[in-house]
Design a protein around this ligand. Structure first.
Ligand code: GLY
Length: 362
C-alpha cells in the first residue's frame, strides 16, 4: 500500500498498528505527547480470554481467542526484531477459595468444553503440587495451558523500536482534531481519550490500581504462572514478572481519576495474600493506576467511522491480549478489505452515534 497514515495514540494498540501499517507500505506518523505512558504502562499483561470467559459472552471469547492465537508469532517476531524478552509466564491458573467459586470454575470449564476448549480442573493437592506458594485453603484450580503472560513495558519498548526501524515517525504532540491532520487516513487509538476525539464513540474509563512487588532473599518464590481468583467478590490476579509479581487490579468508575488510594492498595494486598500467604514478605516496589477504555459490550471497537477515520478503541481489560488482532484488523481496514475475525468489533454495532451518516448508508 502507499499513502499516509496518522495514528493518534502511542499505547500498545496505536504502536502495533503503526508498526504493521509501516510494514505494509504506508508512511506512518504516531502522535502522542508521552508514548506508552497510559494503560499500556500500568497493565499486568496476562492473556486470559478462555479462563476469563463466561457463558453468554461468546463473541468476547471468539475475538480474544483469535488474538491469543496470533500472539506467539507476533511476539516472536517482535523479540527477534528488537531483542526484548516479552513472554513472562507460559500458562494461567484460576483458583477457587470457596464452594461458590469452585462452582463458577466448573461452569466456565463446561462452557469452554462445549466450545472446543478443554481446560483441566485441578484438585487441591494438584494445585499445591504445581504452585507450592499458594494457600493450602485453595479448593480447586482451572489450568489454562495456552494463556501466557507478556511484559507490557517490554512490549511498549519493542513496538516503539520495531516501528522506528520500519520507518514510523513519532510526533510528541496531543491531537484535538483528528480530521484536521494532514494524512490520507487517521487511526484514533487513544484509549479513553478516543471518546473526546470522536464524539459519540461509546468508550468510558474504568480505573484500575496495580501493584508491582519484588522478591526478597529468603522468601518463598512467586508462582511460575499467572494466578487469578475472586476474593470477597473482587477479581485479583498475580502475574509473574522478572524477579517479582504484578498484582491487579481494582475496578472503579470514577471518571478520569488516576490517584492510587489507600483502600485500593489495602484490598489488593489482602486479596492477593489470601492466594499467596508469603506475599506480605515481598517488597512493595510500585503502585500505579490506569484507565481502562471500556466499551458497552466488552468487545473492542475496530473499523472505519468516516471516509478518513478508522478507530481502534474500547479494548477494556484486554488491550495487551487484543494487540495483534487489532493491528491486523486496522491494517486490513486501511487496505479496504476488513478482517472477517473482527466482524463483531465493527463500530456500526452501536448505531448512529459512532459513525458518519454517509458511512452508515454506504
Ligand atoms: N487486564 C486486566 C485488568 O484490566 O485488570
Amino acid at each position: 500500500m502507499s499513502g499516509t497514515v496518522a495514528v493518534v495514540g502511542g499505547g500498545v494498540i496505536g504502536l502495533s498498528i503503526a508498526w504493521r501499517a509501516a510494514q505494509a507500505g504506508w508512511t506512518v506518523t504516531v502522535y502522542d505527547p508521552r508514548v506508552g505512558s497510559g494503560a499500556s504502562w500500568v497493565a499486568g499483561g496476562m492473556l486470559a480470554p478462555l479462563s476469563e470467559g463466561w457463558p453468554g459472552e461468546d463473541a468476547v471469547l471468539t475475538v480474544g481467542a483469535a488474538s491469543l492465537d496470533r500472539w506467539p508469532d507476533f511476539g516472536a517476531e517482535l523479540e527477534r526484531a528488537t531483542g526484548e524478552t516479552l513472554f513472562t509466564s507460559q500458562s494461567s491458573m484460576t483458583v477457587a477459595l470457596d464452594g461458590a467459586d469452585a462452582a463458577d470454575l466448573r461452569t466456565v470449564a463446561d462452557w469452554l468444553d462445549g466450545r472446543g476448549y478443554h481446560l483441566d480442573l485441578l484438585t487441591r493437592p494438584q494445585v499445591r503440587a504445581l504452585e507450592p506458594a499458594l494457600a493450602p485453603t485453595i479448593r480447586l484450580g482451572l489450568l489454562a495451558e495456552a494463556e501466557f503472560a507478556v511484559d507490557n513495558r517490554a512490549l511498549v519498548r519493542a513496538l516503539r523500536s520495531a516501528g522506528e526501524a520500519a520507518g514510523v515517525r513519532f510526533v510528541a504532540e496531543a491531537v484535538t482534531d483528528p480530521d484536521g491532520l494532514a494524512a490520507d487516513r487517521v487511526v484514533v487509538a487513544a484509549g479513553t481519550a478516543s471518546a473526546r476525539l470522536r464524539p459519540g464513540l461509546p468508550v468510558r474509563p474504568v480505573k484500575g490500581e496495580v501493584l508491582r512487588l519484588r522478591h526478597r532473599p529468603g522468601v518463598a518464590p512467586a508462582p511460575s504462572r499467572t494466578i487469578r481468583a475472586s476474593v470477597h467478590g473482587r477479581p485479583v490476579y498475580l502475574v509473574p514478572r522478572g524477579n517479582g509479581l504484578v498484582v491487579g487490579a481494582t475496578q472503579h468508575e470514577s471518571g478520569e481519576d488516576t490517584a492510587v488510594t489507600v483502600a485500593g492498595v489495602r484490598d489488593l494486598i489482602l486479596d492477593a495474600q489470601a492466594l499467596m500467604p508469603s506475599l506480605g514478605e515481598y517488597e512493595l516496589h510500585e503502585t500505579t493506576a490506569g484507565l481502562r477504555p471500556m466499551s458497552p459490550d466488552n468487545l473492542p471497537i475496530l473499523g472505519r467511522v468516516s471516509e478518513k477515520i478508522v478507530v481502534a478503541a474500547g479494548h477494556g481489560r484486554n488491550g495487551i491480549l487484543l494487540t495483534p488482532l487489532s493491528a491486523d484488523a486496522v491494517v486490513a481496514e486501511l487496505s479496504g478489505s476488513p478482517l472477517p475475525e473482527a466482524e463483531a468489533c465493527k463500530p456500526e454495532r452501536f448505531g448512529t452515534a459512532a459513525t458518519d451518516t454517509r458511512m452508515r448508508m454506504g
